[in-house]
Design a binder for this molecule. Structure first.
Ligand SMILES: [Zn+2]
Length: 253
């Protein structure tokens, strides 16, 4: 059975609802705006490219009464104000998917300027309070290092999930590289976890939810560009992903 289709995504959300999961945004998590007696999931989307695929996902979630957090890169192909606005109007939260240190090749002074400038551009559309690092696989620079020298709180940012969430307590699942928690092709999107779940197919995650064996606190990172509605789109995504993962493996080997 094909994975990463919108149908399976809907099944995944439905399974979580049946198990009484609360769907909370990153900001709600940090403001403790949720019921502590119920399980929760934070759905986080890193919008690397193809923002239209994020809009489609945002509509699916909204139609099911679900809120998520969308972290946008600010490169020209991704930074589309109309789409960002439309996703925010669907009750989702917007964050900044920064890559400043990779963008400036490790120049910290230029990187913090780049960060502040792009945060400002996003804030003309939405009052961004949360950021997440984009792990450019082809760069040797990890943009989180910027926070060794600067403090994002000085820029009115309240959270960076990679740095502020205790992933020994919250299960982290990511579809980076269009595979679940595959650290072989995924250089930076990893956390220090105390859990050991390995999924080969979204159906396996769903069956774990149905059996009630997943923890009560979960963050899932989903890249909407990996997921497709129809057949042609699905094969397009698969083809691109095969090439990208091949290139990534060359960089990592
Ligand atoms: Zn990214």
């Amino acid at each position: 059975m094909r994975d990463f289709t919108h149908k399976i995504y809907r099944d995944f959300l439905t399974a979580l609802k049946k198990r009484n999961f609360q769907f909370i945004t990153v900001e709600e998590y940090f403001n403790s705006e949720y019921n502590e007696d119920k399980p929760f999931i934070i759905i986080r989307h890193d919008v690397d490219r193809r923002p239209k695929s994020s809009l489609k996902m945002a509509k699916i979630e909204n139609s099911m009464g679900i809120k998520a957090t969308y972290y946008f890169r600010t490169i020209s192909q991704t930074f589309k104000p109309d789409i960002i606005r439309e996703i925010a109007n669907l009750k989702h939260e917007i964050g900044y998917h920064y890559e400043s240190l990779a963008e400036t090749n490790g120049n910290y002074e230029k990187a913090i300027e780049d960060f502040a400038k792009n945060l400002y551009r996003l804030r003309e559309i939405y009052p961004v309070k949360s950021i997440s690092m984009h792990g450019r696989p082809t760069s040797k620079w990890d943009s989180r290092l910027l926070w060794k020298r600067y403090n994002y709180r000085d820029y009115g940012v309240l959270s960076e999930p990679y740095l502020d969430i205790d992933f020994k307590e919250v299960l982290y699942i990511t579809d980076a590289g269009r595979e679940w928690n595959n650290e072989l092709i995924n250089r930076r999107d990893r956390v220090d976890s105390s859990f050991n779940f390995r999924f080969n197919h979204t159906e396996e995650i769903i069956s774990n939810i149905n059996r009630g064996v997943l923890p009560n606190k979960i963050m899932v990172n989903i890249h909407p560009e990996h997921w497709a509605e129809g057949n042609i789109e699905w094969y397009r995504v698969l083809f691109i992903r095969k090439i990208k993962n091949f290139v990534k493996k060359q960089f990592l080997s």
